[in-house]
Ligand binder design. Structure first.
Ligand code: PEP
Ligand code: MG
Length: 312
């Protein structure tokens, strides 16, 4: 059957001609480890740490954080674990922070790295806990910051990581300013991870939570593919951790645009692994070129599929 053919493809992600693509899991905490391993995740591409911080009146202690981080890190020996520092603020307010000004447009407010710059102790504590959790473990811990828009923000974050003894640090590319100027950000970071959910939100100025505007969240939008292409060609390793990577056809297109790792909700991993294994890197590139030549998401999807005859 279709499902058993998909499940039969195992091992590290790669195209039919052997171009490697790391297939990683998006997780929210230790409770998601088992599902990630069951689906053959080659590591964690997005550990959303905010769940430790939300819905409480006091900040989690560094000890509490360290325990959660170590549980995740120790589950992936020798593998990459990309930890995203707290992505809060705006519509995800933190109960333990003093009130800031009222924000009429929360998605455009002090969120992600922006709130860390207002309250730098949160980041410092998180990085200390993470550095301790990584001690003696063999996983490759990489730290990344959400909502980075400028090289100056990236430099501030990378310096904080270095000060905490964390050697691999990068930024999420989820604001068009960062994608359009990826070449300016690249020299200061070790990697990029594209957050396609927010990148679509900010490219179209369309709130991702408003269902009437859901069409703008379609990751086949050609403009989103353009922004991915710009980011992936800036000269540092580039992954995708938004929902886009979970669509097997789009995963092939992203690889064709130069993306080297894909992180997604774990149940999608076998489907993406199978799709990549059945197409060559050239086919992925041709699909990407064809999709970008179109002007609507539906046309882009159809054009790409014409180059990807063996999708699961
Ligand atoms: C994204 O924005 O695409 C992303 C991966 O982060 P989140 O969905 O947590 O904002
Ligand atoms: Mg995001």
């Amino acid at each position: 059957t279709r499902d058993s053919a998909v499940a039969a493809v195992t091992g590290p992600g790669a195209t039919a001609d052997g171009h490697p693509v790391a297939l990683l899991a998006n997780i929210g905490g230790p409770r998601d480890i088992e599902t990630a391993l069951e689906h053959g995740a080659e590591g964690v591409g997005l550990y959303r740490t905010e769940f430790l911080f939300l819905d409480r009146d006091t900040a989690p202690s560094e000890e509490e954080q360290e325990a959660a981080y170590r549980e995740v890190i120790s589950a992936f020996p020798g593998k990459p674990v990309v930890v995203r520092v707290l992505d809060a603020g705006a519509d995800k307010p933190l109960g333990f922070l003093p009130p800031t000004e009222k924000e009429p447009n929360p998605a455009l407010g002090a969120r992600g790295i922006r709130i860390m710059r207002i309250f730098p102790d949160i980041l410092a504590g998180q990085l200390r806990a993470l550095a301790r959790a990584a001690e003696g473990e063999s996983a490759h811990v990489q730290v990344m910051a959400p909502m980075v828009a400028t090289p100056e923000e990236a430099a501030w974050f990378v310096a904080a990581c270095r000060a905490a003894g964390l050697r691999s640090s990068g930024v999420m590319v989820e604001v068009p300013a960062a994608a359009l100027r990826a070449a300016d950000l690249a020299p200061g970071v070790d990697f990029f991870s594209i957050g396609t959910n927010d990148l679509a939100q900010y490219a179209f100025g369309a709130d991702r939570e408003v269902s009437a505007l859901a069409g703008f969240q379609d990751p086949w939008q050609p403009v989103l593919l353009d922004l991915v292409a710009m980011t992936a060609s800036a000269g540092v390793p580039c992954g995708v951790c938004g929902e886009a990577g979970a669509d097997p056809a789009l995963a092939c297109v992203l690889v064709g645009l130069g993306v080297g790792s894909l992180s997604m909700a774990a149940p999608a991993l076998p489907w993406v692994r199978a799709a990549l294994s059945r197409h060559t890197f050239d086919q992925c590139r041709a699909a990407a070129v064809a999709a970008r030549a179109e002007t609507t998401p539906d046309a882009a999807r159809a054009a790409a599929r014409a180059h990807l005859p063996a999708l699961p």
